[in-house]
Structures are given as C-alpha cells and as structure tokens.
Design a protein around this ligand. Structure first.
Ligand SMILES: [Zn+2]
Length: 322
C-alpha cells in the first residue's frame, strides 16, 4: 500500500521524522475532501507497523502487513463514525484513551487513525485532549480532517499539521487516466472542483444524473422547461453538487459569450446551445453565478429554502436565454 503520486513530499517528510526518531505523537492531516488523505494515513500506518520496510515503503508480506491487510492488527486502532452515523462518540474515545496506556503488542508502536476528526463531538474531543497533553511513548495518532476549523483550538494546537492541497490538474488527470482511460477527465475534474478521488467515483456512479441535469439546464436556456419542476428536481438531493455543476456550466457559457464557443470545456453543451450562445444575456449569466455562490453558502449552513432558491435561479437562466 502506497501513497498517491501528489503526496510524495508529505510522505518523505514523515519518513524522515520517523528515521530521526522525531515522529510527532499527533499529526493532523488536513486539506480538501477526496484528495486521498485517508489513503495516505492508512498507507503510513502500514509503513509504521511493518517489521521490514524497504525504501520508505511497507514490505507487504511480513506478519504485521498481513494482519493489517486482514483488518486485525492489534496495534492499529481505526476510529471512524459508525455506519450511518455522523459523530465519533465519547465512549469510543474513552475506550481508546484507556487503551493507549497499553504498550504495543507486536509492532514497535501503536497507531490510531481518527477520521474525519471533526466528527468527534465535544465530549469526545475533550477526552482525547488528555491523551494529547500527556502522550504515551510509542503511540501515534493520525487525525484526518476536511474541516480543521471545526476542531477545538486546543486539539489543533497540540498536533503537527500536515497540509494536503489539491493536486495540480495535469497530475490528477495522469493518475485518473492510469486508473481508467477517459477523454472526459479534464471536464469531470472541473465538475468536482479538482478532487481526483471524487472524479473517479463520479465517473463510475454519477454520470447519468450529471447528463440528466445538464439536459435540464440546456432546456431552461432554450425556454423549454417548467420552472417548478426544475426547482424540485434540483433541490431533491445532492444539492451542493448540483449547484456546483450549474456553476460550472454557467461559467462555461459566460466564457463562450466573451471569447467564443471554442473556449468552452463542455463540448456537448457547446453543441446543444451553439445557436443560442451568441444571443445570451451575459449580465444575467453573471448574476446567476453570484446567486450560486450565496446558494452554496446557504446549503452548507442549511438555513434557506433551497427549492425556492433553485426556482429563482432557473427563472434567471431562462431569462438569460430568451
Ligand atoms: Zn511488512
């Protein structure tokens, strides 16, 4: 098990701390979702628990590697919200805090993975704090977080921070193409804000609904859609994702409006709307982009009537085209 190509620098940094015997007790792996922080954390736990690592990589075949692969290594604790649940509860953290008093059983250290760390409720975070204040030798905690600002400052200040930014687009495309050749990767990456693991999941499971919503979007601009029906469809589920798609398509149209249809990323949309694009109202398009930004904020804080907002947006799109 290895890290992803765009995580090489972070990997080498941790390996060098480890070689010098200076690996921090608590490391906070932070960065945007779906870039592979969890993959990295598991791979690094594997490296730490391997009895004969080579060239900074786990061997994959020793007793430790085998146990980890089978999911029952006694020195690896994996703490994630229970299936369907959203929080990591205090009981789980307490049980772990008690167990950190134990010395490693078969490996040279014990590794705990808490992911996502912001899923700890405040009682759980308080309980963990004691362990971070008085770490036990041979225990390392890897906290994975997509939203580190949601963690108490007391936790953050006791961790070494390791940042995982989005990979460069070209690097992500090369990796995705190696997973599965597809000409659509550049466009798909745009749709998921550059997160490669999300793009892969999207390509495998989400493309049908993406095309369906894109058809709705094009129909609106051509004045051939029912506003209420569109508002309902867009506000049903995955609203954040749909708002992101609409942003992506609208931006593409605004780009075409400024610099010509050849500048569009989405060739299919360009083809559907080629006759309409020269007549689009660019002021309306930019107003839609503005509204989408506040809609996305509202979706995140769950404090607005999403269906009504999508209907307003649909109306504006219709007006932009007709
Ligand atoms: Zn091994």
């Amino acid at each position: 098990m290895n890290c992803l190509p765009w995580q090489q620098e972070q990997w080498e940094r941790l390996c060098s701390y480890q070689e010098k015997g200076r690996l921090p007790h608590a490391i906070l792996l932070e960065g945007p979702r779906s870039t592979g922080k969890q993959t990295f954390a598991r791979a690094f736990a594997n490296y730490m628990l391997c009895s004969s690592p080579r060239n900074n990589e786990p061997c994959g075949s020793c007793h430790g590697c085998q146990l980890l692969k089978a999911g029952n290594h006694p020195d690896f604790v994996d703490m994630e919200p229970e299936e369907g649940g959203k929080t990591i509860k205090v009981d789980e953290i307490r049980a772990f805090v008690t167990s950190t008093a134990l010395t490693p059983q078969i490996a040279a250290c014990r590794i705990t993975l808490i992911s996502p760390a912001e899923a700890m409720n405040s009682a759980a975070a308080n309980s963990l704090l004691k362990t971070l204040e008085e770490p036990n030798p041979g225990n390392h905690i890897l906290l994975v977080s997509h939203a580190p600002w949601e963690l108490p400052a007391t936790i953050r200040s006791r961790c070494q921070h390791l940042m995982f930014p989005l990979p460069a687009k070209q690097e992500a495309i090369e990796w995705l193409t190696a997973q599965q050749p597809d000409d659509e990767w550049p466009g798909l990456l745009d749709c998921v804000r550059g997160a490669p693991l999300k793009a892969l999941e999207f390509q495998q499971h989400g493309l049908d609904s993406y095309r369906e919503e894109k058809r709705r979007f094009a129909a609106l601009l051509s004045g051939k859609a029912n506003l209420v029906e569109v508002g309902m469809a867009w506000s049903k589920d995955e609203t954040g994702m749909i708002a992101n798609w609409i942003y992506h398509w609208t931006l593409d149209l605004a780009r075409a409006n400024e610099s010509g249809i050849m500048q569009m990323h989405d060739r299919e949309l360009a083809d559907w709307l080629k006759d309409l694009i020269p007549q689009l109202d660019s002021v309306k398009l930019f107003s839609v982009l503005d509204k989408l930004s506040s809609l996305q904020q509202g979706i995140r804080s769950r404090n607005l009537n999403v269906q009504m907002q999508f209907e307003t947006l649909a109306l504006e799109l219709m007006e932009a085209g007709t």
